[in-house]
Design a protein around this ligand. Structure first.
Ligand SMILES: Cc1ncc(COP(=O)(O)O)c(C=O)c1O
Length: 332
């Protein structure tokens, strides 16, 4: 058995295992994509997603700024993965955690957050962000009502993208020995693409930064035209990517291109990654890979593409990895 991961030393708590995730060559599934395709597999983080990195950074920055005080309550609106990172931070550091989620998030994500001691408020998906019942508004309201509470607001909190600038970006640069030519990732709050993108562009401005968006989201059109077109917004199934708002963490000027992927194509690509590469990944990871596949005509033969895979497939077992669910949605 060949294992290239070094044997890590004893650490003092779970938070010290965040980061330094492996990069894995994609083989069969990337046969027809020019150059090398490498996967930065973020489910190796202890909360099984890349969002552990920014969750802890948001907590630690709030502690330093005096916004989060001992015995406080953290309140966040999350698609689940940020909540998971916050839950780990809250446990180790002794805070209470309340998460608001939209009702399209998988049941597994909700159960996992509860298992880690979080209080959960499930809110309707099909309301506008400023509606009092939206998961953004409910988080704000709870923050106003609960004394000694802190609302990190991952959408506009710049600690989010700084976490990726400080850790994920340098890891990718070092793991590819500076040979990366293209970085492709799904975009939600924008923290991952903006933090990694900024670091990589500083190292080599030629590196292409591509964002994967969903149909029903405003990002691609806004990037291409500067127009926030509300008629682009409708509900979709893919979790974690696309938005009906423009979060401060999306640095549009760092992004070279957006590509939209359908719910169906993202789901099918996730299943293909499991079967062909042994990578049991989250739904948006399928979308990220599919985005690269749709843009493969733009890749030179010597391209070194890195796709960042956000989270683990265990959170989607009753969705993307369930044949009945796939059939109900017309995907199979
Ligand atoms: C599964 C999944 N994919 C993609 C994203 C998008 O990442 P970012 O918010 O850094 O843009 C998220 C963010 O929550 C996510 O949970």
């Amino acid at each position: 058995m060949k294992n290239n991961r070094s044997n890590p030393p004893i650490v003092s708590n779970i938070l010290e295992t965040i980061g330094n995730t492996p990069m894995i060559e994609l083989n069969r599934i990337a046969d027809d994509i020019p150059g090398r395709v490498l996967a930065k597999v973020e489910y190796f983080n202890p909360g099984h997603s890349t969002k552990d990195r920014m969750a802890i950074k948001m907590i630690e920055d709030a502690e330093s700024n005096g916004l989060l005080k001992p015995g406080g309550t953290i309140i966040e609106c999350t698609s689940g993965n940020t909540g998971m990172g916050l839950a780990l931070g809250a446990i180790v550091k002794g805070y209470k955690l309340i998460c608001t989620l939209s009702d399209k998030q998988s049941k597994e994500k909700i159960d996992v957050l509860k298992a880690l001691g979080a209080e959960i408020h499930v809110c309707p998906t099909n309301v506008s962000p400023d509606h009092p019942d939206s998961y953004y508004s409910v988080a704000r309201k709870l923050n106003a009502e609960i004394p000694n509470s802190y609302f990190p607001n991952q959408y506009d909190n710049i600690s989010n993208r700084i976490a990726h600038y400080e850790s994920t970006g340098p890891e990718i640069w070092e793991q590819t020995e500076g040979k990366i030519t293209h970085f492709i990732v799904g975009v939600g709050t924008g923290g991952t693409i903006s933090g990694v993108g900024k670091y990589l562009k500083e190292k080599n401005p030629e590196i292409q930064i591509w964002g994967v968006d969903s149909y029903g989201s405003v990002f691609k059109k806004y990037h291409e035209t500067g127009e926030f077109d509300a008629s682009e917004i409708y509900s979709y199934i893919t979790e974690g990517i696309g938005e009906d708002i423009l979060p401060k963490n999306v640095q549009f000027d760092l992004i070279d291109k957006f590509e939209k992927v359908t719910d169906k194509d993202g789901a099918l690509a996730a299943r293909e990654l499991a079967k062909k590469e042994g990578l049991l990944l989250g739904y948006s990871c399928g979308s990220a890979f599919q985005g690269l596949r749709q843009l493969k005509h733009l890749l030179p033969a010597e391209a070194v593409s890195v796709v960042l895979f956000h989270d683990h497939g265990s959170r989607y077992i009753n969705k993307v990895y369930n044949d009945d669910w796939m059939k109900e949605n017309g995907f199979l």
